[in-house]
Write a protein that binds this ligand. Structure first.
Ligand SMILES: [Zn+2]
Length: 153
C-alpha cells in the first residue's frame, strides 16, 4: 500500500486493497441512500434508479447488478413479519378473513415499498465492497480475473 493514503493518525498495518472497503460500512451507507465509497453523494436518483456515478466522489455505480436480490430479501423480511403478525393477531383477536385482509394487505404493500430502496442500496453497497460486477475495475467473466500473460504463454 502506498503511503499517500496514510496520515500520521491513521497508519494501519497490512493495509491492502481488500481492507479498504469494509462490508458493514458499505452496506450501511447503501441503506441510507449514500454512496458506499464516500458516504456523501446520493446513491439513488429515483425510487429504484441508482445514479450512474457518485456526484461527490465520481465512483461509478452503473455496473451494479442488484437484479432480483433486493425483492427476494424484501419478500423474506415481509413474509416473516406479516406471517408472524397475522398469527399473533389470530391468537389474540377473533377477526374475519376480510378483517385480516384489511390489516395485512396494506401493511404488506407499504412495508415492501418502504424497504425496497434501502435494501437495494444495501445490496449495491455489498457488491461495491466485494468488488463484484465491475466495482473492482474488471469485468465479470472468469478470464477477466486472470493475470494477463504474454503471447508465448
Ligand atoms: Zn461517492
Amino acid at each position: 500500500m502506498q503511503a499517500q493514503h496514510s496520515t500520521p493518525e491513521t497508519i494501519r498495518f497490512q493495509q491492502t486493497d481488500e481492507t479498504d472497503r469494509p462490508v458493514g460500512r458499505s452496506i450501511k451507507r447503501g441503506l441510507i441512500n449514500r454512496c458506499p465509497a464516500c458516504g456523501e453523494g446520493r446513491l439513488f436518483r429515483a425510487f429504484l434508479k441508482s445514479v450512474d456515478a457518485c456526484a461527490a466522489c465520481g465512483e461509478r455505480m452503473d455496473h451494479h447488478r442488484a437484479d432480483d436480490f433486493p425483492p427476494y430479501i424484501v419478500v423474506t423480511i415481509m413474509g416473516h413479519l406479516v406471517l408472524g403478525g397475522f398469527m399473533m393477531t389470530e391468537m389474540l383477536l377473533t377477526l374475519s378473513n376480510w378483517g385480516h385482509l384489511a390489516i395485512w394487505v396494506p401493511i404488506t404493500v407499504i412495508g415492501s415499498l418502504a424497504l425496497m430502496q434501502p435494501v437495494k442500496g444495501a445490496v449495491i453497497g455489498l457488491q461495491w465492497a466485494l468488488r463484484m460486477h465491475g466495482f473492482g475495475g474488471h469485468g465479470d467473466a472468469p478470464e477477466d480475473e486472470l493475470p494477463t500473460r504474454g503471447p508465448s504463454a
